[in-house]
Ligand binder design. Structure first.
Ligand SMILES: *Cc1c(COP(=O)(O)O)cnc(C)c1O
Ligand SMILES: [Zn+2]
Length: 410
């Protein structure tokens, strides 16, 4: 493809042609490939003028810098161009001047993962792949499931048996073949990889498939446009495997190299205390991930081995990134604060980035005038059971005004 130069290994830097579907042959699955574009060529097409005159209000408005030859595989589902809110009540509450919330729970299957899936499915169709599979803590699964249903593609989904019910329900309703794996996400991931090799299925995992993060980077493009190309000082996100934050960083870098923006944000990786391999490794200035059994209420980022570890470390190193770890209590409390000050209800992993912002504010590590953009990566209705832990169910009363007076204390 003219717009793509080559695929580059995120671990050792070796280059590959587009005929290579997955990872680096020397680094194995740790060597996730990255799509490197011919930006001089793309520069002639993707200009501010082009964007201004572009009527598409979804991620396909960035087609000149997406890894597709044709439009055949584009689903009719509307992905991306999610709202970016200036959160004024929250700003007052936190005594900050510029907080922007991007609500990616507004995507078709209610998470950020839809950006990746949109590109993954289109690529599968372009490559004439008949069967597609994924392993997921939940959202990548429900996302693939919905998009595959939309396009009529057979799919196998591997999820850990403990995934939240709403996410498993999505899979069953969309009609996927669901493999409920007796084990955690790490086990489901390895098992899916093995099955995909055995049966020749196309693997939708962002950690294996170089094209998926190309969808994720579009969130950065949108933020640039939505802020009229004034770049936030900090971009805060929750991190599990690291594909999402690495994708968003790639987006900012590409817009920078295309000359569309004149500076880059600092990336802030927020992880749960009980599942923080990326943050631990970055703080040690190391490139070795040591495994610990993950434990957090935020199922979407409950990861023991980050499957895109090198990409996220590169993103943090390049952006002189920050790391924040938050407890499950902080995540639940952040869920309420975000909902009550902005009207945006996120699932635990969806608000983990916000919990990180609250921590930075508490520590005094953020200046009042600094601008902060935050991606809420999944909708709160995805995991109602966890949300209910953050609140108290009200008592039942009889439909009687006297009882109501007593109850609301008027
Ligand atoms: C997958 C996911 C993340 C983390 O993305 P990674 O690419 O695994 O780092 C965060 N929030 C939600 C809601 C997710 O589904
Ligand atoms: Zn390599």
């Amino acid at each position: 493809m003219k717009k793509i130069k080559h695929l580059r290994c995120s671990k050792c830097g070796k280059n590959f042609g587009e005929e290579v579907l997955y990872h680096c042959d020397e680094c194995g699955t740790e060597g996730t490939l990255e799509v490197v574009y011919d930006l001089d060529f793309i520069k002639t097409k993707l200009t501010k003028e082009y964007l201004k005159n572009n009527n598409r209000k979804d991620l396909w408005r960035y087609m000149p810098i997406l890894p597709l030859k044709e439009e055949r595989g584009i689903t009719p589902l509307q992905v991306g161009w999610t709202p970016l809110y200036k959160a004024e009540r929250l700003e007052k509450f936190l005594n900050l001047e510029n907080i922007y919330i991007k609500d990616d729970g507004r995507n078709p299957t209610a998470s950020f993962k839809d950006r990746a899936t949109a590109v993954g499915i289109a690529k599968a169709i372009e490559l004439d792949k008949k069967i597609i599979c994924a392993a997921s803590t939940g959202n990548a699964a429900s996302s693939l499931s919905g998009f595959a249903a939309c396009m009529g593609i057979e799919n196998y989904i591997f999820v850990p048996a403990g995934a939240p019910e709403a996410k498993i329900t999505q899979l069953l309703i969309y009609g996927s073949k669901v493999i409920l794996v007796d084990g955690d996400y790490d086990k489901a991931f390895d098992f899916c990889l093995k099955a995909a090799e055995e049966f020749g299925w196309y693997n939708r995992s962002c950690a294996i498939n170089p094209y998926l993060v190309e969808g994720k980077k579009t969130a950065a493009f949108e933020i640039c446009e939505q802020l009229d190309f004034k770049i936030p000082d900090k971009l805060i996100m929750s991190v599990g495997d690291g594909c999402s934050i690495a994708g968003v960083w790639k987006g900012f870098k590409e817009f920078y190299e295309l000359g569309l923006i004149d500076r880059l944000p600092q990336m802030v990786s927020v992880q749960a205390e009980g599942a923080n391999p990326v943050n631990r490794t970055y703080r040690k200035n190391s490139r070795e991930f040591d495994y610990k059994t993950p434990s957090t209420i935020a199922d979407s980022i409950s990861v023991g081995i980050p499957r895109n570890g090198y990409k996220v470390l590169n993103a943090l190193n390049e952006s002189r990134g920050l790391t924040v770890d938050v407890s499950d209590e902080e995540i639940l409390s952040a869920m309420k604060t975000l909902a009550r000050y902005t009207g945006v209800f996120g699932e635990p992993a969806g608000v983990t980035g916000f919990a990180g912002l609250l921590k930075l504010v508490e520590e005094g590590s953020i200046n009042k005038a600094e601008s902060v953009a935050l991606i809420v990566s999944g909708n709160g209705l995805k995991d109602v059971k966890s949300a209910m832990k953050a609140v108290q169910k009200p008592e039942k009363i009889k439909p009687d005004l006297g009882e109501l007076r007593k109850y609301i204390n008027i």
